[in-house]
Write a protein that binds this ligand. Structure first.
Ligand code: NIG
Ligand code: FE
Length: 405
């Protein structure tokens, strides 16, 4: 049966601006479970009156596309709040990483944890995101750094998608840090990823994309190129942690491989921005990591706007640099710290985030898109990038069905 939503205002995010439809209506349905679509959307006065329908009045509330968190590391074990204390005392992220802390500290804990333990720890993080209207979450591996533990992380991420109404998209981030076993021969680890891990992940359809961390404390552009060539052989799209702590030419590298996205971008050069624009790479901004690390150099937002680089915003939820399970908070930080408009923040967590994941079936409210709708107790959609830590979600409809959160 079709579901008809009326007595609402819509921010379709299909443009121009918020794509506002005042006093609108949405007809959802048509399609099988897992693929229920918006059949019609427009002003209530034009509502088609055919068919068996369940009509719901939303009491004049605002609706938007369900939000999309397109960059998280939310499957992990362990705790790194002590590193935050160290950094507040003057230590840098690089110093802590080079001393064996940082990502490798989470790797030790994640390797030791069972799949069930990882799942139990990650589920509340997924629930916290969906309680704020998030319907699609990307989850990376990258705290296993050996074949077995990377597969364990990806399976846990897949299980989170199966057990909840949220869509989970996974990325293989085996090239996140050099594992201790390969400290003296990082290239051999890159071989392991290319020759063993990636083919197994592709065969088991455990990852929707391949990601890597291109940075002086992680992998070189040459090593990332090898990984991305292999990903292309296996038909897996790529994305990149680029230019977070230094300009390593990551944005241009991502562009050269036609990556879905380049993420972080604090040190990206004008040439990198141009390359992204020419290749249609989405720039994913991660203000939670920027603030938590006490960074001072902002991503080149003005250049991105001038060149028309699509801008997405994500939590980067992870235990070391972005302890945030709140996409609304990331939106507010992107506005306050990076100077994005509230409209850019909402586009960055809907339309552009969908693009960063290579998903063309969601991110806007239009006929033919998935029936993933967030219903808000707000007076205007700009409030979504203003209030944070404040419950304003009235209802989350995913795949045409009301979802508990
Ligand atoms: O996106 N930059 C590298 N990766 C993560 C940090 C992960 C960690 O420190 O555990 C990030 O910020
Ligand atoms: Fe990240």
């Amino acid at each position: 049966m079709d579901l008809v939503l009326t007595d609402l205002h819509v921010a379709t995010m299909a443009g121009p601006g918020y794509g506002v439809i005042e006093d609108g209506a949405i007809v959802a349905g048509g399609g099988s479970a897992g693929d229920r679509r918006i059949r019609w959307i427009g002003p209530r006065s034009g509502l088609p009156g055919d068919g068996a329908v369940e009509t719901r009045s939303l009491g004049g509330r605002w609706v938007t596309p369900a939000l999309i968190d397109c960059h998280t590391h939310l499957v992990f074990a362990g705790d790194r709040s002590g590193e935050f204390e160290q950094r507040l005392g003057g230590a840098t992220y690089e110093e802590i990483a080079r001393a064996g802390g940082g990502i490798l500290s989470t790797v030790r804990a994640t390797r030791e944890a069972s799949a069930d333990e990882l799942y139990a720890a990650a589920l509340p993080r997924v629930q916290a995101l969906s309680a704020e209207g998030v319907g699609t979450i990307e989850i990376k591996s990258g705290y296993g750094l050996d074949v077995e533990s990377e597969l364990k992380m990806l399976s846990v991420a897949r299980r989170l998608g199966e057990a909840t109404a949220v869509t989970v998209r996974t990325s293989l981030l085996a090239a996140h840090a050099i594992p201790p076993e390969y400290e003296r021969d990082p290239d051999a680890y890159v071989d392991l990823i290319c020759d063993e891990l990636m083919p197994e992940v592709a065969a088991g359809k455990l990852a929707d994309a391949v990601d890597a961390y291109c940075e002086s404390i992680a992998f070189s552009a040459e090593q990332v190129s090898r990984l991305f060539e292999r990903a292309a052989d296996l038909g897996l799209p790529v994305r990149l942690h680029a230019d977070q702590l230094s300009d390593g030419g990551g944005a241009a590298l991502a562009a050269r491989f036609g990556a879905l996205s380049a993420d972080h971008l604090e040190y990206t050069s004008p040439g990198g921005v141009r390359a992204m624009a020419d290749s249609g790479v989405v720039g994913v901004l991660l203000p939670g990591a920027f603030v938590t690390l006490g960074e001072t150099q902002s991503p080149p937002i003005d250049a991105m706007r001038e060149r028309g680089v699509p801008i997405a915003i994500a939590t980067d939820c992870n235990p070391g640099t972005s302890p945030i399970c709140s996409l609304r908070s990331a939106m507010m930080l992107a506005a306050r710290v990076f100077g994005l408009t509230p409209e850019e923040c909402l586009a960055g967590t809907t339309r552009e985030a969908a693009r960063a994941l290579g998903l063309d079936d969601r991110g806007t409210l239009e006929a033919g898109k998935r029936a993933d709708v967030a219903v808000w107790d707000v007076g205007h959609p700009r409030e979504l990038a203003y209030w944070f830590g404040t419950p304003q979600l009235a209802e989350l409809i995913l795949d045409g069905q009301t979802t508990a959160f």
